[in-house]
Design a protein around this ligand. Structure first.
Ligand SMILES: Nc1ncnc2c1ncn2[C@@H]1O[C@H](COP(=O)(O)OP(=O)(O)O)[C@@H](O)[C@H]1O
Ligand SMILES: [Mg+2]
Length: 404
């Protein structure tokens, strides 16, 4: 029986852990939280911070040597591709080169690499001081984006328009960068998409395209908060092919021959442009629920097979159908939650493919400033995009919060 290491036992990793079990694998989960919910589904656990690649490797090596060989390593719904690449390289398991992981976790190095190979990206520049920031503001036109070079979940990403306090924006973005580095970009106007691709022997298969919903861009400004997404995309086969070709070029420029690429794409001025590519599976239930529900592609299974170095069949990466699947998030008000009502209704709602409410009674909800501050989400199937969205809205209306 093969043995897979899944880095992260967070709630969003559970569908992946279950999938690995269904594939007949022995599953080891590593997480820094001794009470990680994923441990309830795994065969073995290793307690190590997912972000700490050295600690994870040390403990995994112990397990590998003393207990049972690890055959493959993957992260599911957690943003730790560097830890995965590090463990894979050290244990000589299938995986992307460490150099590629390093390029992809630094938004400046990534964009340098992408733009060198002809992938279109927004104009970008690392800003080293507030004076330099001011200079650029005076020369580039609004709207602009300031963001940490190395953060995640839209933390510290701000859309700058006239009137945003630049002093605050600079400090806020800086505070959200683990390495204290920030960058500025031109804001790309257009429809934004999330994509998920599997690269097999340098061939790119983009399995999922969803149109991201930014209806709350103004409500939460200057923060950029996504309110779910819709599948299938409104874009034609032709545009999808161009996106796929762009991701293939991007993967090549990052040095990835086999692996997963998650894309943040914008169709701007009729061109396919890339905000970022990540060398990991997406979170937000896109890879685990939306793609399989809409297309019938078992993305997690294929990703696990890649991480074990197993053969991938071309036909398993092609969509079997194109169902209307939408996702919308639950945004609570500020305050301390006293009661969450309506969960039973959601459980009985047959149009829901999935829902998750991670806000807890007693939790203090502050201002919504990044993706983790949303309270939960629903995924529904409909007979059309409009119907799927309405099903989501109806389900969210059934949920109520009482505040203390
Ligand atoms: N240059 C840009 N133009 C338009 N939207 C952007 C730009 N940069 C970031 N965004 C928006 O902000 C979100 C978060 O930024 P991103 O660079 O992807 O950081 P993170 O690593 O936190 O996901 C993106 O998914 C996108 O919606
Ligand atoms: Mg992103």
């Amino acid at each position: 029986m093969k043995n897979i290491l899944i880095i992260s036992g967070g709630i969003e990793a559970i569908p992946g852990i279950i999938k690995a079990k269904e594939m007949g694998l022995n599953v080891v989960v590593s997480d820094g939280n001794p009470n990680a919910p994923g441990f309830n589904y795994s065969d073995d656990k290793i307690i190590a911070s997912t972000y700490d690649h050295k600690e994870t490797y040390r403990k995994v090596k112990n397990y590998h040597t003393l207990k049972k060989n690890i055959d493959g390593v993957i992260c599911i719904a957690s943003d730790v591709p560097y830890t995965v690449a590090y463990v894979a390289e050290k244990l000589q398991l299938p995986g992307i080169p460490l150099k590629s992981a390093n390029l992809a976790i630094d938004k400046i190095l990534m964009k340098d690499s992408l733009s060198r190979s002809g992938v279109l990206v927004p104009d970008y520049h690392e800003i080293k001081s507030f004076a330099e920031f001011n200079n650029i503001i005076n020369t580039w036109d609004y709207p602009l984006i300031i963001k940490p070079v190395d953060s995640r979940g839209a933390r510290g990403v701000l859309r700058l328009v006239p009137g945003v306090d630049l002093d605050w924006a600079w400090n806020y973005s800086l505070k959200n960068s683990p390495s204290g580095r920030v960058m500025i970009e031109r804001y790309l106007d257009g429809v934004q998409l999330s994509t998920e691709s599997i690269i097999v022997k340098s061939k790119c298969y983009t399995c999922g395209y969803s149109d991201r919903n930014y209806e709350y861009l103004d409500r939460y400004a200057p923060h950029i908060i996504e309110n779910g997404s819709d599948m299938p995309t409104i874009f034609s086969k032709h545009v999808k092919k161009r996106i796929d070709e762009t991701i293939k070029m991007g993967a090549e420029s990052l040095g990835i021959k086999n692996g997963i690429i998650k894309g943040d794409i914008v169709i701007s001025d009729n061109e396919v442009k890339v905000i970022e590519l990540a060398t990991r599976l997406s979170g937000g239930y896109f890879s685990t629920n939306m793609i399989p529900s809409s297309t019938g592609i078992d993305l997690i299974k294929e990703a696990i097979k890649i991480s074990l170095g197993e053969k991938i069949r071309h036909k398993d990466l092609l969509p079997k159908h194109n169902k209307y699947i939408s996702q919308r998030y639950i945004f609570p008000n500020a305050g301390v939650i006293k009661k969450i009502k309506g969960i039973k209704k959601l459980k009985n709602n047959s149009s829901l493919k999935f829902f998750n409410i991670h806000a807890k009674v007693g939790q203090e909800i502050g201002k919504i400033t990044s993706h983790p501050s949303r309270a939960g989400m629903v995924i529904a199937e409909g007979t059309s995009r409009k119907d799927a969205v309405n099903q989501c809205k109806k389900a969210i209306n059934d949920i109520g919060f009482d505040y203390q």
